[in-house]
Ligand binder design. Structure first.
Ligand code: CO
Ligand code: CO
Length: 322
């Protein structure tokens, strides 16, 4: 989408733009001085759950995530809200309250924003954060020998599609909403604490799509052990009912040629790894000697982390079966 912008801005004219269009990443990064760079991002989407407050909270957690995915700390945000004129103002208020309370939990102040009328609701944030210019987490920072660590389970795409189809059980909705609302703040702090350089967040392009972006930007390959990949408890159930969003099908078509699957993995297994996530976890590239300590550190701080594979020299992604 952004390709037409390419020749318009010459990177040589903007030496403080450390991460921009010529090295696409989760957010843009602009150096302020030797110690600080500004991280800037925006994201918004249509409702993924039926409860307005939770929709707002998930959309905000997702918008904030792109700052965390750069290893940064967000501090300031603006609302972006497209709302139907017919929508009850109380519902709009709940969406914005869900977003604002999630931002406050992140230590971020929502200082304004912009609202327009639209047939379908859309909500998200513009987010500003800080990162040390030398300590960024980028898609190009993975190195062969690193372990791949994921900080939220998968299965949010099939579950939100099951909600839209009216077939999701209340306990499954609660489980998915609980994970999607979680901030990636602790994962970003882990990345800073352990001096990581490679990582991203897992969102619409799925584990394999975002994994491929990391592999391509870093000039490496990935090996993923299917048995180690965490899923929320209902993921397989809804996947078997074909509740994949359109984005997951697109991901399989687009990223499939870069992935080799163990023949033991069936179509549902494969599609679950292409499932488009909303507000997923961070996918971190962790030097092998630090992996156990990082996972322990995440648990000690009340968060989860799973080692799901490793970074290798050979191109492409290989997924090992059970
Ligand atoms: Co991202
Ligand atoms: Co994004």
């Amino acid at each position: 989408m952004l390709r037409p912008l390419k020749g318009i801005f010459d990177p040589a004219d903007h030496p403080d733009l450390l991460v921009g269009l010529d090295s696409p990443d989760d957010a843009a990064v602009w150096r302020l001085d030797a110690e600080r760079a500004l991280v800037v991002t925006t994201d918004f989407f249509t409702p993924v759950v039926d409860t307005p407050y939770e929709y707002g909270a998930i959309a905000a957690a997702n918008s904030l995530s792109d700052v965390y995915a750069m290893g940064g700390k967000p501090f300031l945000a603006l609302n972006i809200a497209n709302m139907p004129a017919s929508l009850d103002p109380e519902i709009v208020g709940e969406i914005l309250r869900g977003g604002a309370e999630k931002a406050r939990e992140a230590g971020v102040v929502v200082a304004g924003g912009h609202t327009v009328q639209d047939e379908e609701p859309k909500y998200g944030l513009v987010v500003l954060g800080f990162v040390h210019p030398e300590k960024k987490l980028t898609k190009g920072g993975a190195r062969p020998g690193d372990a791949l660590v994921l900080t939220k389970p998968l299965g949010f795409g099939v579950t939100t599609t099951a909600i839209k189809r009216g077939i999701a059980a209340p306990e499954d909705i609660d489980e998915a909403v609980g994970w999607m609302s979680k901030l990636n703040d602790t994962a970003a702090e882990a990345a800073r604490t352990f001096g990581l350089t490679g990582g991203t967040d897992v969102t619409g392009y799925s584990l394999l799509g975002h994994g491929y972006e990391v592999a391509a930007a870093s000039g490496v390959g990935l090996r993923i052990d299917f048995e180690r990949v965490p899923f929320i408890s209902c993921a397989r159930h809804y996947a078997e009912q074909g509740a994949f969003p359109g984005g997951s099908v697109d991901n399989a078509a687009y990223f499939g040629p870069h992935v080799t699957f163990d023949p033991a993995l069936d179509e549902v297994d494969r599609m679950l790894l292409f499932d488009a996530q909303t507000s997923g976890g961070l996918l971190l590239s962790v030097p092998a000697g630090k992996t156990g300590d990082l996972i322990d550190w995440m648990r000690a701080n009340g968060r989860a982390a799973w080692r799901i594979g490793e970074v290798v020299e050979e191109d492409g992604i290989r997924v090992n079966g059970g």
